[in-house]
Design a binder for this molecule. Structure first.
Ligand SMILES: Nc1ncnc2c1ncn2[C@@H]1O[C@H](COP(=O)(O)OP(=O)(O)OP(=O)(O)O)[C@@H](O)[C@H]1O
Length: 358
């Protein structure tokens, strides 16, 4: 099979390449340069590219570095800044996968190949003639939450050669085949969040706008923040308040107020109900006729846990997740990712709506 392999210089995509070569496929390696304006981020790109070139030489494979810098800026960064400015919490990694890695890349280069392969911890399953996104066998490393907004055509063209391996086995393969990146630390994703200081980035683009931090139960002013956009619902760090722990529980974007609450188990920090809209099903709506309290698992952030819950449809694209366990830090703008009750298939996701943002 003719395969475009997306490689990052990290161990996962290198082992993905190794496995595909072993299976006898015809591979072409690609590194996507995203970079950011005036030198922000992308500082490790040259080192990553060097590593990719080494892998290409080692296996005698063609390798291209392609740039999607402008596309990244116009789409992912624009989305992230718009979301932050409106008081919500963006997820650039999810958008980067949908729009850049599997969007523009596919349109320009990927479509010329039978498949595009990545080193994501995910799987695909064919059921009744349709392809479904499945979780990685290593539940801790599972990355399906980053893939929860991709389209069906995108999924159908993808393969994840290491999704059926635990991370420990991936490292073992890298060591026994003497890949130079066997002991390289895990990358934080293609997107800017892992590579630059998030607060500096936001400050550079949105500036500062001081306002009060108020204790939600008492209305007492506890301090000042430098802009509501530096704070996310559920956040504990960076508030600069004494006598904590304090958590951000609500934001008033119009009045520029950040509300906090104290302690680990105050009710205010936890919720069992998560409201979603803009529901996106990757393959098909699994409950087209009746979606009233169906058993699911879900994630509301990148974490190893698939939480048990029930899902109900409220309206067109609108759903509500009723979690069995209290969930901390339900941040509007983030995604509620929906899995089957065995956490084997990732069906899609909805955007968490802003009930604690006004
Ligand atoms: N700059 C890039 N260019 C091309 N593909 C990339 C790039 N960054 C990531 N990828 C692809 O996306 C996959 C997931 O990337 P991510 O950085 O989130 O995860 P990872 O598990 O640390 O992978 P890796 O160890 O390969 O870096 C990678 O395995 C690779 O296939």
């Amino acid at each position: 099979m003719k395969i475009a392999a997306l490689i990052s210089g990290g161990v996962d995509s290198a082992v993905a390449v190794h496995r595909l070569v072993e299976e006898g496929h015809d591979l072409h390696l690609f590194y996507i340069r995203i970079g950011l304006d005036n030198g922000e981020g992308d500082c490790s790109a040259e080192e990553d590219i060097e590593m990719c070139s080494f892998i290409a030489r080692r296996y005698g494979l063609p390798f291209d570095v392609v740039s999607l810098h402008q596309e990244y800026w116009d789409n992912v960064m624009d989305y992230a800044l718009r979301t932050v400015r409106s008081g919500l919490t963006p997820n650039p990694d999810i958008m980067c996968n949908k729009m850049i890695k599997f969007g523009f890349f596919e349109e320009r280069w990927g479509h010329e190949f039978d498949k595009t392969a990545t080193g994501h911890y995910a799987t695909t399953h064919e059921i009744d003639g349709l392809v479904y996104l499945g979780t990685g066998i290593d539940a801790v490393k599972d990355q399906t939450d980053f893939l929860c907004r991709i389209s069906y055509p995108q999924l159908s063209h993808l393969m994840f050669p290491i999704g059926d391996l635990p991370k420990s086995r991936v490292r073992e393969i890298a060591v026994t085949t003497q890949l130079p990146n066997a002991f390289r630390r895990d990358s934080q994703g293609i997107c800017f969040l892992g590579k630059i200081n998030y607060n500096d980035f936001i400050r550079r683009h949105l500036g500062e706008k001081p306002g009060p931090i108020i204790e939600i139960e008492t209305g007492r002013k506890l301090g000042e923040h430098r802009g509501f956009w530096f704070h996310t619902i559920g956040q504990r760090k960076g508030l600069g308040l004494s006598g904590g722990p304090w958590y951000v529980v609500k934001k008033n974007v119009n009045d520029n107020v950040v509300y906090v609450s104290q302690g680990y188990d105050t009710e205010k920090q936890y919720g069992k109900l998560i409201h979603l809209d803009e529901m996106h099903w990757i393959t098909r709506d699994p409950w087209p006729d009746d979606c009233d309290g169906v058993e699911i698992r879900f994630k509301n952030r990148h974490s190893p846990e698939f939480l048990p819950a029930r899902l109900s449809r409220m309206g067109q694209g609108e759903y509500i997740i009723e979690s069995e366990v209290p969930v901390q830090g339900i941040a509007p703008g983030q995604f509620g990712v929906i899995y089957d009750r065995d956490a084997r298939l990732c069906y899609g996701s909805g955007v968490i709506t802003g009930r604690n943002i006004s």
